[in-house]
Design a protein around this ligand. Structure first.
Ligand code: NDP
Ligand code: OXD
Length: 306
């Protein structure tokens, strides 16, 4: 078997070592132009040239959960695009979102500023029942996040394309459920995949339908958010703040207003990192299943876009 590795911004050697250990009889090499045809590829944001040259691929294994960068490309005929299923990401996402929610709810930024100014001050406890949190996207990551938030007794709502049942979470689905979902949220967490249906979904209209003083946590993709609309809603006081991990341009350009905005906290696309060992083990299992003609979890539907 021939496995090729083509991952932008990724140190190749540890991945090659792990994949070679999992498949001692296979050839596992970093892709270069003109390389022999491979059976499977392990990829992150590969160039179009890679796919144009590797037309015999059976499996294209993305080392992340989001496949938007991959689905923009022309794919080899019949190839299965396979995403990472959790592989240690959902617990990280739950940590990040719970941290963001609690930091905002408990006003820890304000306490930090007071302490820096040598001030011993109290803020009035907020009403938890008035802090309903809506999770957009109830897939592998969104469901874990919704369940984690319930542990702190916040009212939690969820929104997905098709109906879902999650204990303790009020769920809505599709276009029909979107308005009720939005109007019941004080905090909005975005965990949707980036597809033609979800691009720009966080905009002046949708964010404006949240409860007054709303807070946004975007951990999915930068292109979900119309950045100028968020700035306008923060300026008008309609929204209270945002914690953002993803941006339309990454790295976030030096002159971007988000860096220094007093109501925005930014992190560098780090809310749920790909964990190498877990990912190699998962991809190896999926390659074996595919080779054996068995069903493989996490196969992407290119028409649906995720
Ligand atoms: P999944 O594919 O498992 O889940 C996607 C969810 O979104 C599903 O519940 C799906 O509905 C819902 N959905 C899709 N389209 C629509 C729509 N048009 N309207 C309403 N709901 C919709 O994805 P994951 O949970 O694994 O990951 C989500 C995203 O998180 C990834 O695509 C990626 O972009 C981002 N991500 C970000 C990371 C970071 O570090 N910042 C790390 C990892 C992922 P249904 O259940 O009905 O299919
Ligand atoms: C992913 C990501 O999609 O890291 O996995 O953003």
């Amino acid at each position: 078997m021939n496995i090729t590795f083509c991952c932008t911004d990724t140190k190749a050697q540890p991945w090659l070592d792990g994949l070679r250990a999992a498949f001692p009889d296979a050839s596992v090499e970093v892709w270069e132009s003109g390389a022999p045809q491979a059976d499977h590829a392990v990829v992150w944001a590969p160039p179009q040239q890679f796919l144009d040259e590797q037309q015999a691929l059976k499996g294209l294994f993305n080392i992340g959960a989001g496949v938007d960068a991959l689905l923009k490309l022309r794919l080899p005929p019949g190839v299965k695009v396979v995403r990472l299923d959790d592989a240690g990401m959902s617990v990280q996402m739950a940590e990040y979102v719970c941290h963001a929610v609690i930091r905002h709810f408990r006003e820890f930024d304000g306490y930090e500023a007071d302490v820096k100014a040598g001030k011993w001050s109290y803020r009035k406890p907020r009403d938890r029942q008035d802090f309903s949190i809506g999770v957009m996207g109830l897939g592998v990551l969104g469901e874990r996040v919704a369940r984690a938030l319930r542990v702190f007794d916040f009212p939690v709502l969820g929104w997905s394309r098709t109906p879902k049942a999650i204990e303790g979470v009020v769920t809505h689905s599709g276009e029909a459920g979107f308005d009720t979902f939005l109007s019941d949220c004080r905090v909005l967490v975005n965990l949707l995949p980036l597809t033609p249906d979800t691009r720009d979904i966080l905009n002046r209209d949708t964010l404006g339908r949240l409860k007054p003083g709303a807070y946004l946590i975007n951990v999915a993709r930068g292109a979900h958010l119309v950045e100028a609309d968020l700035l306008a809603l923060l300026e008008s006081g309609q929204m209270a703040g945002a914690m953002l991990d993803v941006f339309r341009t990454e790295p976030l350009p030096a002159e971007h207003p988000f860096w220094t905005h007093p109501k925005i906290t930014v992190t560098p696309h780090t809310s749920a990192r790909t964990l190498r060992d877990e990912s190699i083990a998962q991809i190896a299992g999926k390659i074996r299943a595919l080779e054996a003609g068995q069903p493989v979890a996490g196969v992407v539907d290119p028409v649906r876009g995720y």
